[in-house]
Ligand binder design. Structure first.
Ligand code: NAD
Ligand code: TYD
Length: 339
């Protein structure tokens, strides 16, 4: 099987490529990535020379380039991870989110229609369901929960999901969609909560918690997400959506405190800053469908996953030091200096 993984130089796509090459060494894997600020070729350095791996620097919005690649490689499967993925950046400037997340997804699907495909899998997010109230722990997102977005990011991802379902209904494109909760693990870009807090704590820098830190996210170790996607691509039903999450809800403040203790730092580093605009209160996935239909269950407990993640950031300082020395500094100043 030949598989195109878009966004494979990013966090989840990179972890997926490692997972896939190990689980299915007989497959040919092509990573298509534009290498935006969030894409790092060093993430893929260990597989770069594999004979069944190819990296192609390309924008998913570049129709000619994408068609050329499909003509060359004749992929059986496309898994679309490529996206602008950070909510705070989408609040600053929505337009690139609409371009990549919506237009880019449609270009990929047009290529799939033109050249034929066994499966187009869209990596979606639970954020398309909006948020749940903090005082209703009995409520969860199911696949039937209405789309009800809050941020330009989630709106662009919801638009992509709607287009994916429209290509299935209109053109019979064999699609599946997964909607996953918050991921954590190795290679996550340091603008996101967990790596940002680990790296700031290591430098004894303030830990900027939005609002009162009471917002709840449902955390899943990235490898469990990769397994779920692989299962959906192989055994999932065409035209279906699968929610992916492991019932691991945590308040932001509790995650930050856990990182502070694990690194033997002081809670005094915690600094409550102006809340995010439109900040979603709580995300919580009901994973019953993927469990019953495909037998998927998360394997990594949060207490183990967070230890592994912290250890990874300690052992791989050159990976993130390169990132935080560049363009990221300017972003950090813009986002946090006067907050
Ligand atoms: P990321 O920001 O770490 O990586 C995104 C990758 O896509 C980067 O390598 C970037 O270079 C590439 N990219 C961006 N625009 C591109 C374009 N126009 N053409 C080609 N490549 C482009 O993101 P991530 O956290 O790995 O998320 C991957 C996917 O999973 C996204 O679709 C995201 O919406 C979804 N998702 C993420 C989470 C999470 O917790 N991180 C949870 C659920 C779903
Ligand atoms: P994030 O990692 O950006 O993921 P998402 O917004 O997609 O869930 O943020 C996770 C939670 O952490 C979210 O409630 C916002 C909060 N947060 C902070 O409190 N401080 C920060 O510096 C960041 C980046 C996030």
């Amino acid at each position: 099987m030949t598989i195109i993984v878009t966004g494979g130089a990013g966090f989840i796509g990179g972890n997926y490529i490692y997972y896939h090459l190990k689980a299915h060494p007989e497959d040919r894997v092509i990573c298509l990535d534009k290498l935006t600020y969030a894409g790092n070729l060093s993430t893929l350095s260990a597989v770069m020379n594999y004979p069944n791996f190819r990296f192609v620097k390309l924008d998913i919005c570049d129709r000619e380039g994408v068609y050329r690649l499909f003509e060359e490689e004749k992929p059986d499967v496309v898994i679309n991870f490529a996206a602008e993925s950070h909510v705070d950046r989408s609040i600053e400037n929505p337009s690139v989110f609409l371009q990549t997340n919506i237009i880019g997804t449609s270009v990929l699907m047009d290529a799939c229609r033109k050249y034929g495909i066994q499966r187009f899998h869209q990596v979606g997010t639970d954020e398309v369901y909006g948020d749940l109230p903090l005082d209703r722990p009995d409520l969860f997102f199911t696949e039937e929960t209405p789309i009800h977005t809050s941020s330009p990011y989630s709106s662009s991802k919801a638009s992509a999901d709607l287009l994916v379902m429209a290509y299935h209904r209109t053109y019979g494109l064999p699609v599946t969609i997964s909607r996953c909760s918050n991921n954590y693990g190795p290679y996550q870009f340091p603008e996101k909560l967990i790596p940002l807090m680990i790296i700031n704590a290591l430098h004894d820098k303030p830990l900027p918690v939005y609002g009162e830190g009471l917002n709840v996210r449902d955390w899943l170790y990235v490898e469990d997400h990769c397994k779920a996607i692989d299962l959906i691509v192989r055994n999932g039903k065409v035209g279906e959506v699968y929610n992916v999450g492991g019932h691991n809800e945590m308040r932001n403040i509790d995650i930050v405190k856990l990182i502070v203790y694990a690194l033997d730092k002081s809670e005094d580093l915690i600094s409550f800053v102006t809340d995010r605009k439109g900040h979603d209160l709580r995300y919580a996935i009901d994973p019953t469908k993927i469990h019953n239909a495909l037998g998927w269950l998360p394997e990594t407990k949060f207490e183990d996953g967070i230890k592994k993640t912290i250890a990874w950031y300690l052992e791989n300082q050159s990976w993130w030091k390169e990132i935080i020395s560049g363009e990221y500094q300017k972003y950090y100043q813009r986002m946090y200096a006067n907050r």
